[in-house]
Design a protein around this ligand. Structure first.
Ligand SMILES: [Fe+2]
Length: 263
């Protein structure tokens, strides 16, 4: 917790002939990252009370960090069950934050997207391993179990107040723009923006990495697939284009290739 001695800015202002007030320097101090102020001469009772208050705050922050760490570890342990998804959560977090930056979203949304990139599939803890890593297509009963993971993930993350925005993104990360997704069949703008962002990053990463049933697709091919699927009514096409801008930078797309069959 950084501290700035009250008076530093005033001394600087006086030596530079600038009009300055205590209020100004408090504002400047906060802007520079100060968490608290102590006026000199220091009152020992006040110092003691403030120190106790800050220690309570630190204990609370540590507790929160511990809870978050447990959830992140749990999410990564689920990811580790499937060798084909190694690094998927980290990449998703990075893509999603890049999208939040590009769209100029508030900082708290960017933080939520980073967290949700890691924990979005935490609800798969409730999905038996033989379903989770099954190489062939799932039966309808197995699909019914798999489709519960967004709701389970939402319930796991809801009690954590610092995870504001995260539970609703988790719940809706498998919705589709045309209403054919799950669990609630939301359409278009009914799907939270964070969930729509996560969807396009999730799909892009899935397409461009190796899977048990196919090798990673070339980037241009994956983009063509996503554009086709957005046209079909699955993904938010404007967000697909934002992601394309991020992953291609200034490079021209290599392939506006035909879309692979079977996805
Ligand atoms: Fe999922």
């Amino acid at each position: 917790m950084p501290y700035f001695e009250v008076g530093w800015a005033q001394k600087w202002a006086q030596s530079n002939g600038v009009k300055h007030t205590i209020s100004d320097e408090r504002i400047q101090g906060i802007a520079c990252g100060a968490d608290d102020f102590l006026s000199k001469p220091v009152n020992s009772q006040e110092l003691l009370a403030r120190t106790r208050s800050l220690l309570r705050l630190k204990a609370f922050t540590d507790e929160l960090e511990n809870a978050e760490t447990v959830l992140f570890s749990l999410a990564l342990s689920i990811e580790a069950k499937d060798p084909y998804t190694k690094g998927h959560c980290d990449r998703l977090a990075n893509y999603s934050v890049a999208m939040a930056d590009r769209l100029g979203l508030p900082q708290e949304q960017g933080i939520a997207l980073r967290r949700v990139g890691i924990v979005h599939d935490i609800g798969k803890i409730a999905v038996p391993e033989h379903i989770l890593v099954k190489k062939g297509p799932l039966t309808s009963d197995e699909w019914a179990v798999m489709k519960q993971h967004p709701g389970v993930g939402e319930r796991i993350c809801s009690p954590l107040k610092s995870f504001r925005f995260v539970p609703q993104i988790i719940r809706h990360h498998h919705e589709k723009m045309d209403g054919s997704g799950y669990p609630d069949g939301l359409k278009g703008d009914q799907i939270p923006l964070g969930a729509r962002i996560l969807q396009v990053t999730d799909v892009f990463d899935a397409l461009t990495t190796d899977r048990p049933y196919r090798a990673a697709l070339p980037r241009g091919f994956a983009i063509a697939t996503m554009r086709e699927e957005a046209g079909r009514g699955w993904w938010d096409s404007s967000l697909v284009e934002e992601l394309v801008a991020i992953v291609t930078g200034s490079q021209k797309l290599v392939a506006e290739a035909e879309v692979p069959v079977g996805r």
